[in-house]
Design a protein around this ligand. Structure first.
Ligand code: COA
Length: 258
């Protein structure tokens, strides 16, 4: 396996690290394919409950699609970010919680990839941006659709139309990121989020994530009237029993996740 993507598993947590720091972790076709394989592996492994996505080096989380790649080459079969963004190919949705650790540049497709996470922990060096229009590029345009949904309307539009960047503190102010920490504390802060996530029932998390994301754009009445298959399946899982038993016994639950 190429060393441009580092994949590590610790207990129930998968750590995925873009490892092209010399190219500011820009996403090329190979990285997209490696990522796609990893998202599939994470999704298929019942023992992995949480995923963490990071970029190597201190300059960038990810500077977007590789604009240095051979423009005449065949388009990649895999969508940007291994399909997590759904740009340029089929959308791959991760049912498990995803934490992104963002330092330095998160631009274009890199910004988009960060926005695919459920939790974003930002270093104080983080800079989010859509530089596309500045370079006269407007490709698959997926990133603009997420930006307008995850940021206040005019903040997103000003970024989309000017290419100006959003720094970590303003990103926090607008609720784009969950936390801003000094750059040397990014990993530690990420681990604190992992601990919080790991304390919760992984099956309940997945069922809740599915329900909320699949009906986020619908009227409340539609969302409330929807029957969610993962929630119904969860009702007969061993973790429901364990949660009640732990409460009665005044102890922390020991989740099975199956
Ligand atoms: N694709 C391919 N390579 C990239 C890249 C990208 N998106 N972003 C940065 N790199 C490469 C640079 O080419 C350079 O490689 P080199 O040393 O082999 O020449 C290396 O990463 C470091 O980047 P550099 O431009 O030297 O750093 P900088 O501090 O001067 O500028 C940026 C940083 C992020 C402002 C600048 O690299 C940039 O504008 N990158 C493009 C970002 C972009 O448009 N992303 C959206 C793509 S649609």
């Amino acid at each position: 396996m190429s060393d441009e993507l580092i994949y590590e598993v610790d207990g129930h947590v998968a750590y995925v690290t873009l490892n092209r720091p010399h190219k500011l972790n820009a996403l090329n076709a190979e990285l997209d394919e490696l990522l796609a394989a990893r998202w599939d592996a994470i999704e298929a492994d019942p023992d992995i409950w949480i995923a963490v996505l990071a970029g190597a080096g201190d300059r960038a989380f990810c500077a977007g699609g590789d604009i240095g790649a051979d423009a005449t080459a065949q388009p990649p079969r895999i969508a940007l970010g291994g399909g997590l963004t759904g740009i340029g190919g089929p959308l791959r949705t991760l049912s498990k919680p995803l934490v992104a650790l963002v330092q330095g540049y998160a631009l274009g497709g890199g910004f988009e990839l960060a926005m695919c996470a459920d939790i974003i922990v930002a270093a104080d060096t983080a800079l989010f941006g859509l530089p596309e229009v500045k370079s006269g590029i407007i490709g698959e345009a997926g990133v603009v659709h997420r930006a307008i949904r995850q940021l206040p309307h005019r903040v997103a539009l000003s970024m989309i139309l000017t290419g100006e960047r959003l720094d970590a503190q303003r990103a926090f102010h607008f609720g784009l990121v969950n936390e801003v920490v000094p750059a040397d504390q990014l990993r530690t802060a990420g681990e604190s989020w992992v601990e919080l996530l790991a304390a919760a029932s992984p099956l309940a998390q997945r069922a809740a994530k599915h329900a909320v994301l699949s009906r986020a754009g619908h009227p409340l009445e539609v969302a409330l009237a929807t029957k969610f298959e993962p929630i119904e399946a969860y009702a007969s899982s061993a973790d429901v029993v364990e949660g009640r038993r732990a409460y009665a016994e005044k102890r922390e639950p020991r989740w099975g996740g199956r």
